[in-house]
Design a protein around this ligand. Structure first.
Ligand code: GLY
Length: 362
């Protein structure tokens, strides 16, 4: 895995895209058959698990579960449950940053490779482990996605406790955001009674798009994945990001591989990049090449001026993680330099470098 795509790699990515388009329009071309012929793969029998960087404990747990012979879906959910239940991680599950009204709304999806089935929840309130509810949607309904009150009623029906997920840490971050958002409303940040220019020098409060994605291959060579998040911090109530959308926040094809995302969900929703990455791997891309390809797709499709810097590059970041049927792993992001993702297998866990399109200046 090299850190940065060279210009020749960019050319390769572009040529790869053109080749794909050309093949798709040649009369009689059998794109899937040709792609499969280009990418013969020996199935890898796990255990292996990958996740976003906040998931070291998750991939270690997933591999521990896989070693017992468990299905990959059991393993990835057990892994991310550690992060969902951790009040210190303000981007996932319990302790996640709330919406603009101070209410924590969670998105999550799971996908099971061997059956090709998926389950998801969006804007779910009050349940610490949304990935477990997503799995319940997969197993106990004929649907794929439940949202809002319906998702919560469904969780309650299946015995999930409904709790207040807003921790003091997340509440304080939300209050600070609210008090420093604008000087045209009536909220004031902490100040001395003698201050005359309240809040004038406050730095902008950072918005978070943190999320955890985890994919794994079990001992039978089957692949499953999960993505779970509290979504964009201080979002408009009801906003659902890419995480619970199959093909955007995650995707698996048991014969090819799996992919998932973290970062600005809106950019991914408009490009369905997890599906794109799996299709690129089907055509022969390595996981890293496929993730870079998806990053480039987002860059090419981002046109709104307020999202672009003075050189026409997106101001935001999106990250992708992928593994293929052969057990190869890779990841990439739009803006990077020294970022990593978590990998665990029979040899232990490690952080592996994420490739990137643009180097972030510190
Ligand atoms: N990628 C997480 C979100 O946008 O909600």
């Amino acid at each position: 895995m090299s850190l940065k795509p060279s210009s020749s790699r960019r050319d390769f990515l572009k040529k790869g895209a053109l080749a794909g388009v050309a093949a798709a329009f040649v009369p009689g071309a059998r794109v899937v058959g040709e792609a499969a012929a280009r990418a013969p793969r020996k199935a890898f029998a796990g255990p292996i698990a990958i996740s976003s960087r906040n998931g070291t404990r998750a991939v270690e747990k997933a591999v521990e579960v896989l070693r017992s012979g468990a299905d990959a879906l059991d393993a990835v959910i057990a892994g991310v449950n550690i992060v969902e239940g951790d009040p210190e991680d303000v981007t996932v599950g319990y302790g996640g940053l709330p919406n603009e009204n101070g209410v924590v709304q969670l998105d999550s999806a799971v996908m099971h490779g061997p059956t090709g089935r998926a389950g998801a929840v969006g804007a779910l309130e009050g349940v610490k482990y949304p990935s477990k509810v997503a799995r319940m949607v997969l197993e106990r309904t004929d649907h794929v996605l439940l949202v809002g009150k319906g998702a919560q009623d469904f969780a309650r029906m299946h015995g999930f406790p409904i709790e207040d997920l807003l921790t003091d840490k997340a509440r304080e971050m939300w209050v600070r955001w609210k008090e420093t958002l604008s000087n045209r409303d009536d909220y004031l940040p902490p100040h001395k009674p003698t201050d005359r220019d309240i809040g004038a020098n406050l730095e902008e409060v950072e918005r978070h798009w943190g999320t955890i994605h985890c994919s794994a291959i079990d001992l039978s060579g089957n692949i499953s994945c999960v993505t779970t998040t509290s979504g964009l911090s201080f979002k408009i109530p009801g906003r659902v990001g890419d995480s619970p959308i199959i093909g955007a926040g995650l995707y698996v094809d048991n014969e090819v591989g799996a992919a998932g995302s973290t970062g600005r969900g809106e950019a991914n929703l408009e490009n369905l990049c997890s599906f794109l990455i799996v299709e690129r791997m089907r055509m022969g891309d390595s996981p890293e090449q496929a993730c870079l390809y998806a990053c480039q797709r987002i860059v090419d499709h981002t046109r709104l001026a307020y999202l672009l810097d003075d050189r026409g590059r997106p101001k935001f970041n999106v990250k992708f993680y992928a593994l293929n049927k052969a057990g190869e792993v890779g990841g990439a992001e739009i803006w990077g330099g020294d970022n990593t993702f978590a990998v665990a297998d029979a040899a232990g866990s490690r952080l592996a470098p994420l490739a990137y399109l643009y180097k972030r200046e510190r």
